[in-house]
Design a protein around this ligand. Structure first.
Ligand SMILES: Nc1ncnc2c1ncn2[C@@H]1O[C@H](COP(=O)(O)OP(=O)(O)OP(=O)(O)O)[C@@H](O)[C@H]1O
Ligand SMILES: [Mg+2]
Length: 271
C-alpha cells in the first residue's frame, strides 16, 4: 500500500490533539485507530498518552514508563534528556509504516499540580515535542479535563480533532471547549489552532430520534465539520483488549474505513 501522502514534506511536525473535556467520548480510541490507519498506509505515527488515566498506554498494551525518562518527568523538568528516549515502538507494518508511543507514567497524576507552580507552564509539552523526530503525524490523547495539561496540548499542536457523542450534553461541552481554545489562541499561541473537525463516536444503531437530532445539530456547527461517525461495536473493545488497532485487528470493517478517512483528513491538512 502506498503512503497516504507520498513523499510529503511537512512544514514542521504535524501534531494533532484529540480533545474533549467530556469523559468517555472516544478520544483514546480515536488516537489509537487513526494512528493505526496511518501506519497501515505506510506512514510513521506517534501517539502521546497525556492522560494520567493511561488508557492509551493500556489500549496499545505498551509498558508504562517507570523513569527516569518519563513524559511526566520531562513536563516537570525533573528529567531533561532527549525526547526520543521517551518513545517506545508499538508495531511496524508491511507497508513500511510504524506506530510509536510515548506512554504514560504513574507520576502523570501529580504533573498538573507541579506545573501550576511553574513559569512558562503552558509551553512545556511544545518544547518536548519539538525534539520528537521524523513522523508523518503526532496524535495526542488528552485527559477529560480543561486543566494545565490540556492547555499544554492546545499550545503544542497544529490542529484539533474532537470526538463527540450524540447526546444533548455534547453541545454545551463543545461550547466550553471552543471558548478554552479561543482563550489559548488569544493568550498562548502565535497562530490560531486549526479545527479539523469532530468525530461522532460510540454511536448506537439504530439511531434514536434524539441521537439523530443531535448529530444534525453537530453537523451544522460553524467551523467544526463532522468528519465521520464511528458506530458502537464490540470490534473496538476487542482490538483494545488485544493491544491492536482496528487497522490490523479488523482491516475490512466499517470502523477501519472511518479511521482511514480521518487519517487522510489529518495528513492532507499538513500536505
Ligand atoms: N466505537 C466503539 N464501540 C465500542 N466501544 C467503544 C467505541 N469507541 C470507544 N469504545 C470504548 O468506550 C470506552 C470510552 O472510549 P475512550 O476511552 O476512547 O473514550 P475517552 O474519551 O478517551 O475516555 P476518557 O475521557 O475517560 O479518556 C472505552 O472503554 C472504549 O474501549
Ligand atoms: Mg481517554
Amino acid at each position: 500500500m502506498a503512503r497516504l501522502v507520498p513523499g510529503a514534506t511537512v512544514p514542521g511536525m504535524p501534531i494533532t490533539a484529540v480533545v474533549n473535556q467530556k469523559g468517555g467520548v472516544g478520544k483514546t480510541a480515536t488516537v489509537a485507530h487513526v494512528a493505526g490507519a496511518i501506519a497501515a498506509a505506510g506512514g510513521r505515527a506517534l501517539v502521546v498518552d497525556l492522560d494520567p488515566q493511561g488508557h492509551l498506554t493500556d489500549a496499545l498494551k505498551v509498558q508504562e514508563a517507570t523513569g527516569p525518562a518519563t513524559l511526566a518527568a520531562a513536563l516537570t523538568g525533573e528529567w531533561t534528556g532527549k525526547t526520543p528516549e521517551l518513545i517506545v515502538g508499538h508495531s511496524t507494518t508491511a507497508a513500511g509504516g510504524a506506530l510509536d508511543v510515548v506512554p504514560t507514567a504513574l507520576e502523570m497524576f501529580t504533573v498538573s499540580r507541579t506545573l501550576d507552580q511553574m513559569r512558562a507552564r503552558e509551553h512545556r509539552l511544545a518544547r518536548i515535542l519539538a525534539g520528537v523526530g521524523d513522523y508523518d503525524q503526532v496524535l495526542i490523547d488528552c485527559p477529560p479535563s480543561l486543566d494545565i495539561i490540556t492547555d499544554n496540548a492546545l499550545t503544542a499542536v497544529d490542529g484539533l480533532l474532537v470526538p463527540v457523542q450524540a447526546e444533548d450534553s455534547s453541545l454545551r461541552a463543545l461550547r466550553l471547549l471552543l471558548s478554552q481554545v479561543a482563550a489559548v489562541d488569544a493568550d498562548l499561541r502565535e497562530t490560531p489552532l486549526h479545527l479539523h473537525g469532530m468525530v461522532a463516536s460510540l454511536v448506537r444503531r439504530p439511531l434514536t430520534t434524539l441521537a439523530r437530532t443531535v448529530l444534525e445539530q453537530l453537523d451544522h456547527l460553524e467551523d467544526l465539520p463532522l468528519l465521520g461517525t464511528v458506530p458502537l461495536a464490540v470490534v473496538v473493545t476487542e482490538a483494545w483488549r488485544m493491544g491492536q488497532t482496528i487497522a490490523t485487528y479488523a482491516p475490512d470493517s466499517e470502523h477501519a474505513v472511518v479511521y482511514r478517512e480521518l487519517a487522510a483528513v489529518l495528513l492532507q491538512a499538513s500536505a
